[in-house]
Design a protein around this ligand. Structure first.
Ligand code: PEP
Ligand code: MG
Length: 605
């Protein structure tokens, strides 16, 4: 078992409490980020205030300040190495990966040089310089067009806090989370989440954050039930309060009454029985009752995820989010580095297919690389393929890497954020151009590599018939398709209640897309979060998706559903759902039809 030395000290909670009466029950709905039920005593984890020395310093002091800064970086690195030691041997490597990403930031010479230069040039302290250099990077990441990158800004913030702590001479030892606790925090930094030990922490609840924050990803991969976006709930909680957490539906009950406790315990027993049954059937073939085979694929962000993918029995990688390469360093990754990474994934998965999606970022976060300016609304700005077409050299490098790696397995290329036929034609033209270059240079590659597009923007749905004629396959990005169709920011907890995968408008968009693909005779898959939710998966299959791609822990539950239903039932279900005018009614139809096949605790969007 790990020794979570790093777990932060719990400063006395001096914040004004908005407490309800001492024994009063509080029920709060938040964003469900990691499934499961848990009950236990609260353990509050509050952020430490770190003071930054704002003084202007004299020229004579700069050398000392630079030394102090370098020493603080070294100490931060040593600290992370010590934390890594606690996690080595852990079967779940997610925590190690977070710490490794932090080490890469602490070893990024360009970044550290910028801080040192600012100390010398602006005559400011190491703390002030660090804060301004890191803040620029944080701003760039936070204004990014994808929630994934915005969530990564938490890593930079975390590393900044760690260095500042050492500059401040503040090296307070953390206290140990009591076994069986429900961790309650306004927000958790990624390195704090990384050392959350599932053997000690029963659940995690936070005031802020969405489903793709690092804390959420870590909680999910470690099987710790978690709910985020709970508003000011931590203000209503004192360490020791009894808490019930429903990570499936995003509900938290603080200081529950006797009846609530009894019902919750009964639900926990049912869920345990159900999970054990699903796990027993995990290795059976993925075929519906009436004999339709269904391919279940996995979403990954790097080669490090492959062990979990293979253990899950996935039929391939349906979405390889390549943003990872651009995350850890302050430079654009080169062709060789990318090629090696893609090759590793392709070889490991061979002969199973691997769909490599080209870079999907909002332009702003790369301001430091390519000089783009900050956009007012990054979701509607220079994102995905728009960014790539404006920076064809970046795309060409990536395409060369993918194509060169393609001889090592079964690769497919996928373009994100396509909103017109012109874009589709242009990216395909670039693929052909790069292929010709490689032929001339004598590099072998898969001449017949399929080139597909993400359907995640309403205009792509509307134009799906034309797009299908000029694409090898479609991949539905439900995460974005829902946000753009309903005009609901997918990362904003304040409108999370409006983000509805079962809204009739979303269903119609799915129908139109799949129908266009069917008419053109191309495959259509789906790789958003909807695919990993059994109810969402049922709809997507009923519409006619031939495969679904999801995060690996979701595979077992979806496969279990596939094996229990018939395709005829799913098609009838879709027909019925399409006749319903509201999301609530669609849910009702789904619940009634699928209740016999889906565990009572599985989520419904
Ligand atoms: C999606 O939008 O559904 C998707 C899979 O892509 P991402 O979540 O990376 O935007
Ligand atoms: Mg998307």
């Amino acid at each position: 078992m790990k020794t979570p030395k790093e777990t932060r000290a719990v400063p006395r909670d001096t914040r004004p409490k908005r407490r309800t009466g001492p024994g009063e029950t509080v029920v709060r709905h938040g964003v469900p980020v990691s499934g499961g039920l848990a009950a236990g005593p609260a353990y509050l984890v509050l952020p430490q205030e770190i003071q930054v020395d704002e003084r202007q310093i004299s020229v004579g002091e700069t050398a000392l300040e630079v030394r102090r800064f370098r020493l603080a970086v070294r100490r931060a690195r040593d600290e992370i190495h010590a934390l890594r030691e606690c996690l080595v041997g852990d079967t779940d490597e997610t925590g190690l990966k977070v710490l490794d990403a932090h080490l890469r930031l602490l070893e990024d010479q360009e970044l550290l040089k910028s801080v040192v230069e600012s100390i010398r040039r602006d005559h400011v302290t190491g703390g002030a310089s660090l804060r301004s250099v890191f803040q620029k990077m944080i701003n760039a990441f936070e204004s990014a067009g994808t929630e994934y990158f915005r969530a990564r800004s938490a890593d930079i913030r975390d590393v900044k806090r760690r260095i500042l702590k050492h500059l401040d001479g503040n090296q307070r030892e953390g206290s140990i989370i009591p076994e069986g606790a429900i961790v309650v925090a306004p927000e958790l930094a990624p390195s704090e989440s990384a050392v959350l030990d599932p053997e000690r922490v029963r659940a995690l609840i936070t005031d802020h954050g969405g489903a793709t924050s690092h804390a959420a990803i870590l909680a999910r991969s470690r099987g710790i039930p978690a709910v985020a976006g709970l508003g000011d709930l931590s203000h209503h909680i004192t360490s020791g309060d009894w808490i019930l957490v429903d990570g499936n539906h995003g509900v938290v009950v603080v200081r529950p009454g006797r009846e609530e406790l009894k019902q919750f315990a009964a639900r926990e027993r049912r869920l345990r029985r159900h999970s054990a049954e699903v796990r027993r059937r995990q290795s059976e073939p993925c075929v519906t009752r009436d004999g339709h085979p269904v391919k279940l694929l996995a979403n990954i962000e790097s080669a490090d995820d492959l062990d979990k993918v293979i253990a899950s029995g996935a039929d391939g990688i349906g979405l390889y989010r390549t943003e990872f390469f651009y995350l850890a360093s302050s430079h654009l990754p080169d062709e060789e580095g990318q090629m090696r990474a893609y090759r590793q994934v392709l070889k490991r998965m061979r002969p199973r297919p691997v769909t490599i999606r080209t870079l999907d970022v909002g332009g702003d976060k790369f301001a430091s690389y390519v000089g783009t300016s900050r956009a007012n609304n990054p979701f509607l700005g220079l994102r995905g393929v728009r960014f790539l077409l404006l920076h064809p050299d970046i795309l060409r490098t990536q395409l060369r890497a993918i194509l060169r790696a393609s001889v090592h397995g079964t690769a497919q290329i996928l373009f994100p954020m396509i909103s017109s036929l012109e874009e589709t034609r242009e990216v395909r033209r670039l693929v052909e151009q790069v292929k010709e270059e490689l032929r001339q240079e004598g590099h072998p590659f898969d001449e017949r590599i399929p080139v597909g597009i993400m359907i995640e923007v309403p205009s792509a749905v509307t134009m799906a018939d034309f797009l299908a004629r000029e694409s090898d396959f479609f991949s539905i990005g439900s995460n974005d398709l829902i946000q753009y169709t309903l005009a609901v920011d997918r990362g904003d907890e304040k409108v999370a209640h409006l983000y509805d995968p079962f809204h009739p408008a979303v269903l119609r968009a799915l129908q139109k897309t799949v129908e266009a693909a069917r008419r053109a005779g191309i495959r259509v898959t789906s790789c958003g979060e909807m695919s990993g939710d059994p109810y969402g998966a049922a709809l997507l299959l009923g519409f006619g998706c031939s495969s679904l791609s999801m995060s690996p822990p979701c595979l077992a539950e979806v496969k279990d559903l596939v094996r229990r239903v018939s395709m005829t039932e799913l098609r009838n279900l879709v027909e019925d759902a399409l006749r319903r005018p509201t999301g609530a009614e669609v849910r009702q139809v789904l619940l009634e039809a699928l209740r016999p096949y889906i565990g009572e605790e599985a989520s419904l969007g």
